[in-house]
Design a protein around this ligand. Structure first.
Ligand code: HEM
Length: 454
């Protein structure tokens, strides 16, 4: 493949569009206007189309946008893509975890871990989810100004460790908080993309602390096997499978990161959107009050059941619309394992290919008024009005999100607990911008005033 000025060219194929100087300038202006990189990417997409290449010093990727692109990457050609990129920080952190493995090693780990996240397990998690949400919410006093990004992270961490690993994470939460944020920062996009060897101060120590925690947890649980075995949780399943401590640590760390940071972002964005759309919030609340009745009240220890939660179709629409506007995983990254062709464009082996969930979710041809928050898009007859793969917040195909059902249940439980008890008013000033961290986070946070409902 040869590169000539503005286009990458392969004999017999059109060159993949790359930004011209003028397009680059317009993308820069969009970046300044929107205050986030996704604004610049959207400008490039508008100018260059659904397939474009971004050749930066040290980073060169082909972006694919739209349902056809998603189908191409996620199902049709999935066997011809690799996930693992040896030099990426996420591979350094997760080593041989499910998220960064390919082939039989991936498939074996996935079949071992999938049952704990299967739909049939969800009913058993509802009360733990509720209890952990309540534990954090209990600290909010009437009139408090709360950063929902921080609070939702607390809830998501406690829920994940409790439900999947039968572990009370509360005693560790404060001490490990800085290390958690530091490791998340390590895998976030940043200057390492163009300068892979850039120093990452603080990371080594954060990793040491996290590893120490995970290895201690594994050792402790190994000691309890057969004596006081807490059956039916994923950590015990991994131990019982004969996996080495190193590999168990990799899987624990993978679920810890992938399973809490995404839910944190989803919950924080949904609370931002609800607190700035009081009409929609009122509809959600009316649905909650009618479906859950007293089950939503503090005094009722039993809380909502899975059947009751399934009736919350408007809340479901709110959550789906939140994921459309702000997909926590806004793109999926792959490496082409062989030469490929997409819509006539030649993609040589070893190219980094990025399928953009964010840009697909805002394509005007599938999503009228794409920047508006309209949960009704997902309700009733509107729900089926777009092609498959136009909406992929959880990816797709055999490597879709293993925790999708878990995450949606968790979001419903947590929001139900908050909204039935508190009125919310956004007091953060300007709208938060979507910041590309390990997930798409609202920056600088979601500041909301909480008022107890009478
Ligand atoms: C709102 C919440 C969540 C969102 C939006 C989300 C999104 C995604 C997406 C888009 C992928 C595929 C990425 C790609 O194709 O490159 C994925 C994979 C994955 N997710 Fe999630 N996720 C969420 C929650 C969770 C939870 C709760 C867990 C675990 C408890 C989890 C664990 C994983 C794992 C392990 C993978 C890799 C699966 C594999 O490669 O086989 N996720 N997620």
């Amino acid at each position: 493949m040869a590169y000539t000025g503005e286009r990458s060219v392969h004999p017999g194929h059109p060159g993949i569009p790359v930004p011209t100087l003028a397009a680059g300038w317009r993308a820069f202006q969009a970046l300044r206007r929107h205050r986030h990189i996704l604004g610049a990417l959207a400008a490039l997409h508008e100018e260059l189309g659904d397939v474009f290449r971004l050749p930066l010093p040290g980073f060169d990727g082909v972006f694919l946008v739209g349902p056809e692109a998603n189908r191409f990457v996620l199902t049709e050609e999935r066997a011809n893509f690799r996930w693992r990129a040896e030099a990426d920080p996420v591979t350094h952190l997760l080593r041989h975890g499910l998220l960064v493995e390919d082939g039989p090693a991936h498939d074996a780990a996935r079949s071992l871990m999938a049952p704990a996240l299967h739909k049939t397990m969800l009913a058993s998690y509802v009360s733990q989810m509720q209890r952990r949400a309540d534990q954090v919410i209990a600290n909010w006093a009437d009139g408090d100004r709360v950063d929902m990004l921080v609070e939702m992270r607390r809830i998501a961490l406690l829920i994940l460790m409790d439900t999947l690993f039968a572990e009370d994470f509360d005693p560790e939460l404060k001490a490990l908080w800085p290390a958690i944020l530091r490791t998340l920062r390590f895998i976030s996009p940043g200057a390492w993309l163009v300068w892979p060897g850039i120093p990452r101060p603080g990371y080594r120590e954060a990793l040491r602390r996290m590893d120490q925690y995970f290895y201690q947890l594994i050792a402790l649980r190994r000691g309890q096997q057969g004596v006081d075995s807490k059956t039916n949780n994923l950590l015990d399943t991994l131990i019982a499978s004969g996996m080495s401590d190193d590999l168990i640590r990799d899987q624990l760390f993978t679920l810890f990161i992938a399973g809490h940071d995404t839910s944190t972002a989803q919950l924080a964005w949904s609370l931002y959107l609800l607190s700035t759309h009081q009409d929609i919030l009122a509809r959600v609340r009316a649905e909650l009050d009618s479906a859950l009745g007293k089950a939503g009240c503090e005094e009722d220890a039993a809380g909502p059941t899975l059947t009751q939660l399934k009736q919350l179709s408007y809340l479901d629409g709110v959550l789906k619309e939140t994921l459309r506007l702000y997909p926590p995983i806004h793109l999926g990254s792959r490496i082409a394992a062989t030469d490929l062709t997409f819509q006539g464009y030649f993609i040589p082996a070893r190219t980094r290919v990025l399928y953009s969930i964010y840009l697909t979710h805002r394509q005007k041809r599938y999503w009228p008024t794409p920047d508006r928050f309209e949960p009704d898009r997902f309700i009733g007859e509107h729900a089926g009005q777009r092609p498959a793969y136009a909406y992929t917040p959880f990816g797709g195909g055999p490597r879709n999100c293993i925790g999708a059902s878990f995450a949606q249940l968790e979001a419903k439980v947590v929001l139900a607990r908050i909204l039935q008890r508190f009125d919310l008013r956004f007091v953060g000033g300007a709208a938060p911008s979507p910041r590309m961290r390990a997930t798409l986070e609202p920056s600088p946070g979601v500041y909301v005033q909480v008022r107890r409902r009478p």
